[in-house]
Design a protein around this ligand. Structure first.
Ligand SMILES: Nc1ncnc2c1ncn2[C@@H]1O[C@H](COP(=O)(O)OP(=O)(O)OP(=O)(O)O)[C@@H](O)[C@H]1O
Ligand SMILES: [Mg+2]
Length: 510
């Protein structure tokens, strides 16, 4: 059914822009998709803006001087809605092409049927279902390859719904069938938000516990690290110290050891006293972190069960998630060390095709991969940069998640070919996103400040044109943080119980 008609203005219709008068009662919204016939085929366009006009109110003197004339004229009948639309493609012979001819003035503008829109946007029946296109009953089903092969960035201000969307993505990845292609998933979970995937959920939530392992403790095998890799954990090491360490590590080749034992070997060697002292101090510092040992050991513990230990490789399995719960590590350096070691191993294993294609989620990515911060302060940055540059060849993908895109390394961000952007109000972050995201117009960029929690703009490789969408509801268990009121009441209640107990003890003594 037509919702309007193309109108002729000074510079439109053109192949890149047209305006249309919306029929009385026609339901058209900003960010909605519409279609119109052209000589080339069916043109799909997105409504960028809607303007209300009324010639009665067009001149100031009419509005100010003749207030009482309103009753004499059919003012309401003169109100019209004008839609402004940007053509996205034309469908002809089952192919979507770039429009090169405009629709004709007077041509009827129609709503898009869900099936046609899904086809136009390139959605796949077995794609990743993130939610629904805004104003349309069309599920957003993105092709796994087009979305992840060239990395993804999820960017938004705090509280906009990034982690919720990430959980939806995890659900999708963990629910895939073998025939549709399953990948191994790794999450660097800074706040322990995704660890619930590995727990038995309440009855009304979907159970992913047999497909997820949340690792809380890790022992990196000291002997698996070259002197160069150890130097990454010990920023500030001089070239001389690194050279000497290299000699010591090579002399120990084939044996297992802890960094404490390596420090003892350094102590017993003929290295100059100053270098020796610095080296063994560094190695002992690493030993004291508790993150290194003689054996590789990843420890996971489900509530009410006993702890289990694994090797990294055992947990990189198709259709399963390995969640590094980093919430217990307050020191950022420890988080960096874990991420650095794990990402390096995963990339190595993937290059050697020893593990399935892998997708790595990096929460708070601006802390692991910060812009303009030295290697000393961000040792994990170099491996993530390497994966961003080379990962696509080996099907090792990154999903970087950040509430401060301006602080995120531009090399990594520029390698993310799909951007999912949610509500963002900081003008600097908005500008930064505008510069880094392809196909975003100024008007689209300005819409970002008006997005609601759970709404997102997807742009880049995964979609044919930028689309606004609403993220679907989670099926997995969302362990909600308690709010301030609940926590405050619980605190006072527990204090009251404590003081009652004390009173009882005092009474017993009196
Ligand atoms: N699509 C959604 N549907 C329903 N609730 C949502 C949706 N997205 C987010 N929320 C709710 O909004 C709140 C904030 O979401 P979330 O934790 O995902 O934000 P965030 O962007 O990750 O914030 P931060 O940057 O602080 O980590 C949560 O309570 C979450 O349940
Ligand atoms: Mg979050």
């Amino acid at each position: 059914m037509p919702v309007g008609k193309v109108i002729s203005t000074q510079d439109s219709p053109s192949p890149t822009f047209f305006a249309f008068a919306i029929a009385k009662g026609g339901k058209v919204h900003k960010d909605q998709f519409i279609k119109v016939k052209t000589e080339e085929g069916t043109m799909l366009a997105m409504v960028d803006n809607i303007i209300k006009t009324n010639r009665y109110y067009a001149r100031a003197e009419t509005v100010v001087d003749a207030e009482n004339l309103e009753g004499l004229f059919p003012v309401e009948d003169w109100e019209f809605l004008i839609g402004q639309a940007t053509p996205i493609g034309v469908l002809a012979d089952n192919l979507v092409r770039r429009p090169t001819l405009p629709p004709s003035p007077g041509e009827g503008v129609e709503e898009m049927e869900p099936g046609l829109l899904a086809r136009f946007l390139g959605f796949k029946p077995n794609g990743i279902n993130l939610g629904q296109v805004i104003h349309h009953e069309v599920p957003v089903r993105l092709s796994l390859t087009r979305m992840f092969q060239k990395h993804v960035a999820i960017l938004a201000m705090s509280g906009a719904g990034k982690s919720y969307l990430t959980a939806v993505l995890l659900e999708e990845l963990l629910s895939r069938q073998q025939k549709d292609g399953r990948v191994a998933t790794v999450v660097f979970d800074v706040h322990g938000e995704y660890a619930a995937f590995a727990e038995k959920p309440p009855a009304d939530c979907q159970d992913f516990s047999n497909r997820a392992v949340a690792v809380r403790q890790i022992r990196i095998p000291a002997a698996s690290l070259s002197a160069g890799e150890i130097a990454l954990f010990l920023p500030g090491m001089t070239p001389v110290q690194q050279m000497e360490l290299n000699e010591v590590v090579r002399s120990m080749e084939g044996s297992r050891y802890t960094f404490k034992e390596l420090a003892e070997v350094v102590q017993g060697s003929k290295i100059k006293p100053q270098t020796k002292a610095a080296l063994s101090r560094g190695l002992m510092n690493l030993h004291m972190t508790g993150l290194f040992g003689s054996e590789e050991q990843l420890t996971a513990k489900r509530e009410g069960e006993k702890a289990e230990t694994y090797r990294l490789r055992d947990l990189l399995v198709p259709g399963q998630a390995l969640i590094f719960d980093l919430s217990g590590h307050i020191d950022t350096k420890r988080k960096q060390i874990i991420a650095l070691w794990a990402a390096k191993q995963i990339f190595r294993l993937r290059r050697q095709a020893e593990i399935p294609p892998v997708i790595m989620f990096v929460e708070e990515a601006h802390n692991f991969i910060p812009e303009g911060v030295s290697r000393e302060l961000a040792p994990a940055k170099s491996i993530f940069r390497t994966i961003a540059r080379e990962g696509r060849k080996f099907l090792c993908s990154l999903v970087v998640i950040s509430q401060r895109p301006i602080k995120l390394d531009t090399t990594v961000l520029s390698q993310c070919n799909t951007h999912i952007i949610m509500r963002i109000t900081n003008p600097y972050d908005k500008d930064h996103i505008g510069k880094g995201s392809e196909g975003i117009t100024v008007r689209t960029l300005n819409s970002l400040t008006t997005l609601q929690v759970g709404e997102a703009l997807i742009t880049g490789e995964a979609v044919r044109c930028p689309i606004f969408m609403r993220v679907r509801l989670r099926t997995s268990w969302e362990k909600k943080a308690t709010d301030m009121e609940t926590d405050a009441v619980a605190y006072e209640n527990s204090m009251a119980r404590e003081s009652k107990k004390l009173e009882a003890v005092n009474d017993a003594f009196l």
